[in-house]
Design a protein around this ligand. Structure first.
Ligand code: NDP
Ligand code: 8X3
Length: 251
């Protein structure tokens, strides 16, 4: 059976993607820093769907960990058909002159460099087989910059640019490259952004019906169901109340 690798599978979109692909019969490689959650998901997916699961516990910011832990998986697992570069975060929502450089480092190191480190390991597996599909999770924040979000938006604009570059360079290998850019979705994202402040996190979704992790997983899965000659390059999806990352109509 085909293999999908999902980074950041311990919560949110990643967990929903891993579950969705497992339900379709894929063997799944799941990654994240929270080991217990990974192990729980591994047990759940293998028991519920009878598929094989490889759980890899590493921090995408750590190039050495990515290379040793992901780079040295058993040969049979290296036949990755679909890579979903999902692990990422927003840290803080502050005007740039007051923002914390530690937050900038966390976002740049995870959203940009982490995506590159993981891709650097997986791309040769795909090019050697002249097949594969890379799906990068961007954001509506890639397409428009909003107040207090400059560095998060910049990291997602970088994901957008890297996706375009990958598509060009991987074209000779028949590898599909897709960016899926979701708008506001209620996951652990805002709890992480506001560092555990539940009130601030909840307020993000006041007066609107946000996307769910499953909405995003369904769209990601759809992108993988098209005929071999068809590739969705760039897909933006939002709740119906959101026109873009800057404009939301709240009731
Ligand atoms: P969650 O916080 O629910 O999940 C984030 C996942 O990323 C977790 O599994 C987390 O695992 C993993 N992760 C974060 N940092 C690292 C790291 N350094 N190393 C390894 N894994 C890491 O957020 P979402 O599911 O909402 O977000 C997923 C992606 O979607 C992110 O790239 C985000 O920027 C993007 N996005 C989110 C939107 C939203 O509104 N929710 C909208 C548009 C895009 P662990 O902590 O165990 O390491
Ligand atoms: C997450 C969507 O609008 O919070 O990427 O930046 S937003």
């Amino acid at each position: 059976m085909a293999i999908v690798l999902v980074t950041g599978a311990t919560a949110g979109f990643g967990q929903a993607c891993a579950t969705t692909f497992a339900a379709k019969g894929y063997d799944v490689i799941i990654t994240g820093r929270r080991k217990e959650r990974l192990e729980e998901l591994k047990t759940q997916l293998s028991q519920e769907f009878g598929i094989n699961v490889l759980a890899l516990n590493f921090d995408v910011r750590n190039e050495e960990e990515v290379n040793t832990i992901l780079g040295n998986i058993p040969e049979e697992w290296k036949k990755v058909d679909i890579l979903i570069n999902n692990a990422g975060l927003a840290a803080g929502l502050d005007p740039i002159e007051k923002a914390d450089p530690d937050d900038w480092n966390a976002m740049i190191d995870t959203n940009i460099k982490g995506l590159l480190y993981v891709s650097h390991v997986v791309m040769p597996w795909m090019t050697s087989r002249t097949s594969g599909h890379i799906i990068n999770i961007g954001s509506t924040a890639a397409k428009i910059v909003y107040a207090k979000g400059s560095v998060y938006c910049a990291t997602k604009a970088a994901v957008d640019a890297i996706t375009q570059g990958m598509r060009i360079d991987l074209l000779p290998y028949h590898i599909k490259v897709t960016a899926v850019h979701p708008g506001a979705a209620e996951t652990e994202f805002s709890m992480v952004r506001f560092k555990g402040n539940e009130d601030k996190a909840k307020a993000v979704y006041d007066g609107m019906i946000p996307l769910s992790a499953q909405d995003v997983a369904d769209v990601v899965y759809y992108c993988t169901t098209l005929p071999p000659h068809v590739c969705i390059n760039d897909l933006v999806m939002t709740p119906i109340q959101q026109a873009n990352a800057y404009y939301t109509e709240r009731k």
